[in-house]
Design a protein around this ligand. Structure first.
Ligand code: ADP
Ligand code: ADP
Ligand code: MG
Length: 495
């Protein structure tokens, strides 16, 4: 039985894992970089160990160093969170070798899932439809061009090693294809040292719909419903919701059955997500498996009533999944907004620095997973996700209006956030009508709508409120001093 878990991550997901461990009486070990010595996950864990410099390669990606800490702290399991080492099969193998339980799939299964081409081949065998495209890797631009002309432009070039929206490119003709082939190859080589490209039909006005699934070491597989993640920027998710407005009972069960077949086909264990694109004609095409706990897992927790981290721990302990597919009932509607530290008007560029003050929303059906606290810092070294604001309602409308109220309550001083954009989106008729697609922001001119909304708001904002904010930030500035021990001139420390 797992008694002590090292969390090889930071930020809100480290806190999320620590919470469930605490509730189950499991000890937790945090690791942290130079940048994170004041971070919430360090404060909340039973023990915390410094593992290196701010740059991820020098700390959160340093497998040997993390292994050292696991062995010396006597951790019997590791939870990788998402990002960082979570989908690194070498790390999973290193843990296996050292008899440390990796809370996730086996190294071999992860390796299969992580390779978009091998995984697609496994899906074809399991009769799970995939996006039409090249049957295997394409060797060069000429071969890609031949396939593109067969399936018809536009096509998408994908590095099989891509992830998080990187290493993919849409091309519309032979000329763009040749340029795109070179740039995707270059990007992939500079990111992971190798490149292998596949060609896919680019599906227009498509929805991103994915399924949570779980598979135990006894071969039991269940799906835990779908999540619609169509509202994206740069092929990265911003807002997710469940149920999807276009998935009814029949579709849920039919595609869900494919998902279970997919999990069986790759010999998966623990929790994972099968991602699909839903074409405008209603067809579902498998795109990939994310072999880890996903950012948007809380919406599934809301509608299923499950603690998914607890389920991960149970499966890692070798226990059978304690329910059957038919025991799961979907209850209500949930929405998640990823609260990013970014400037919508600077092409979503990260906005980092000290956060002197914050107010975290709460209330019935409101959940906020965040590392923020008054006086914390948003680091430029890591992902821009500061908080996940999640609401539940008996109806979609209740969940939506709770989200709007919570977004209004959320106050984050010091950095730009995606909150204003989300208010505009949630108030739009297109969102209310469930008319979603992965190009939602562009299709409906959401950034222009936001500009109009902000103009209106400025007029309404009282001068007293603005003055109060200025006084507050002056007070904070008087309390902070430059951290002379840090080599980073943007780093501040409370006195
Ligand atoms: P997807 O891979 O389908 O886009 P997610 O949105 O959950 O799913 O994750 C996006 C990608 O970025 C993944 O590769 C994930 O591992 C990584 N990632 C997401 N959020 C973070 C984060 N806060 N820190 C580090 N990596 C992250
Ligand atoms: P990643 O590993 O970066 O998450 P995915 O293959 O999951 O890559 O694709 C990420 C996003 O890119 C999808 O959610 C979707 O918006 C878009 N996308 C991927 N493949 C296609 C395609 N064939 N046609 C249209 N859009 C696609
Ligand atoms: Mg994906």
């Amino acid at each position: 039985m797992i008694e002590k878990v090292l969390i090889a991550n930071r930020g809100e997901i480290a806190l999320r894992v620590i919470r469930t461990c605490k509730a189950l009486g499991i000890k937790t070990v945090a690791v942290y970089s130079d940048e994170d010595y004041n971070s919430m996950h360090v404060k909340q864990a039973s023990e915390a160990y410094h593992i290196g410099e701010a740059a991820p390669a020098k700390s959160y990606l340093n497998q040997e160093k993390i292994l050292d800490v696991m062995l010396s702290a006597g951790a019997d399991a590791v939870h990788p969170g998402y990002g960082f080492l979570s989908e690194n099969d070498d790390f999973a193998r290193l843990c296996e070798k050292n008899k440390i339980t990796f809370i996730g799939p086996t190294a071999d299964s992860m390796n299969l899932c992580g390779d978009k081409m091998k995984c697609k081949a496994a899906m074809l065998k399991a009769k799970v439809p995939t996006v039409p495209g090249s049957p295997g890797l394409v060797n060069d631009a000429a071969e890609a061009e031949k396939i593109a002309n067969e399936i018809g432009y536009p096509v998408m070039l994908k590095s099989v090693y891509g992830g998080g929206g990187r290493g993919i490119r849409i091309v519309n003709n032979d000329k763009e294809l040749r340029e795109g082939f070179e740039s995707v190859t270059g990007e992939s080589i500079s990111a992971v040292g190798k490149s292998a490209i596949l060609v896919e039909k680019f599906l227009e006005k498509t929805r991103h719909i994915e399924y949570q699934f779980a598979r135990d070491t006894h071969g039991n597989t269940v799906h835990i419903f779908e999540r619609e993640c169509s509202i994206q920027r740069r092929n990265q998710k911003l807002i997710e919701q469940t149920p999807s407005p276009v998935v009814d009972e029949e579709i849920r069960a039919r595609v869900g059955e494919q998902v279970c077949r997919a999990a069986d086909a790759v010999g998966y264990t623990n929790l994972g997500t099968a991602e699909f694109l839903r074409a405008d004609n209603g067809e579902f095409y498998f795109i990939e498996i994310n072999a880890r706990l996903q950012v948007e897992h809380p919406i599934t927790e809301f509608v299923s009533g499950l603690d998914l981290v607890k389920l991960q721990l149970d499966i890692a302990n070798g226990e059978p999944i304690p329910f059957k597919q038919n025991d799961l009932k979907m209850n209500g509607y949930a929405i998640e907004c990823r609260i990013n530290a970014e400037d919508t008007f600077l092409d979503f560029a990260p906005s980092t620095g000290p956060v002197p003050d914050v107010t975290i929303p709460a209330g019935p059906g409101v959940r906020c997973d965040t590392y923020l606290y008054p006086g914390c810092t948003v680091s430029p070294f890591y992902d821009s996700l500061m908080a996940k604001l999640v609401t539940w309602g008996q109806t979609f409308e209740e969940s939506r209006t709770r989200m709007l109220a919570a977004l209004n309550d959320f106050y984050i001083q010091g950095v730009e956030t995606s909150i204003p954009l989300y208010k505009t989106i949630l108030n739009s008729d297109e969102y209310k009508n469930g008319d979603l697609s992965t190009d939602f922001l562009k299709r409906y001119g959401m950034i222009d709508k936001l500009t109009d909304d902000l103009k209106k708001e400025k007029v309404e904002k009282s001068e007293a409120a603005i003055a109060a904010a200025i006084v507050h930030s002056e007070y904070f500035k008087s309390r902070i001093q430059k951290d002379s021990t840090s080599s980073y001139n943007w780093m501040y420390k409370l006195d």
